[in-house]
Design a binder for this molecule. Structure first.
Ligand SMILES: [Zn+2]
Length: 246
């Protein structure tokens, strides 16, 4: 089972790279075939093997030797490891399908937000019906917590965007609506808290190391993804730990 999940998720990760790079530019995700941005050389099957091709070619195009971004193999590997992790945590139940959907959404957003500082509507619109179907099959307890979560996630972020005068993008606001629907009212609040903590830590370290200046905007999407996945898998531990102080 693990081998099948590993192979499929590596291929999916590779596909998410294409989706994440092309959808924000409104390009087709099937045509044309992937090519080197340096020399235009169309990639052959041997150059399209997830992670392995990158390693074999030493991170360079086979033709023009231009460096290939390590983001691609990293995202492929992350997809595979997260898919396997979810399977080990949850086991072979319907819930694991939900977890894989959540991971897929965040991998794609990680790429679009890092590359283009954008969380495209088209990506959210693709995932909304998936979460809707999954929450009909496997509703939250009570079922309307999905609606409450969506309302809380959306309005909380909208409020912050208004107060911070554009410190939060429209994509972040809509994404939190989707997260609220998928995870419910309690977890969406925890997710926002976790995303802010991770983003804050990264911001402080990044500024200290001189990667960017104060006031420079950094994409929030990657931290929303990391925060939400941590909360999804570990919320019980986080809540137990929190309430142990009282
Ligand atoms: Zn090339």
């Amino acid at each position: 089972m693990e081998i099948i999940i590993l192979l499929y998720s590596l291929l999916l990760g590779s596909f998410f790279n294409v989706v994440g790079l092309r959808v924000p530019l409104k390009q087709s995700i099937v045509k044309p075939r992937s090519a080197c941005p340096g020399c235009g050389h169309t990639l052959k099957a041997i150059e399209l093997i997830p992670v392995l091709s990158y390693l074999i070619q030493g991170g360079k195009c086979r033709q023009c030797k231009r460096r290939i971004s390590p983001l691609y193999p990293i995202m492929e590997l992350s997809t595979a490891l997260l898919f396997l992790f979810a399977y080990w945590q949850i086991g072979w139940t319907f819930e694991v399908i939900f977890a894989w959907t959540l991971i897929s959404l965040f991998i794609i957003i990680f790429i679009t937000d890092i590359k283009y500082m954008l969380i495209p509507n088209r990506i959210l619109l693709f995932f909304i019906p998936l979460f809707l179907i999954e929450r009909i099959i496997l509703p939250l307890e009570p079922w309307w917590d999905s609606l409450l979560g969506a309302a809380i996630g959306f309005s909380l972020l909208l409020m912050i965007a208004v107060i911070s005068k554009g410190g939060m993008g429209g994509g972040d606001i809509k994404l939190f609506g989707v997260i609220g629907f998928a995870l419910g009212s309690k977890l969406v609040l925890l997710s926002f808290f976790a995303a802010s903590v991770f983003g804050g830590i990264f911001g402080v370290i990044g500024m200290a190391l001189g990667y960017f200046k104060k006031g420079e905007s950094i994409p929030f999407g990657p931290f929303i993804g990391i925060g939400t996945l941590v909360v999804y898998f570990y919320h019980q531990h986080i809540l137990d730990w929190y309430f142990s102080f009282f």
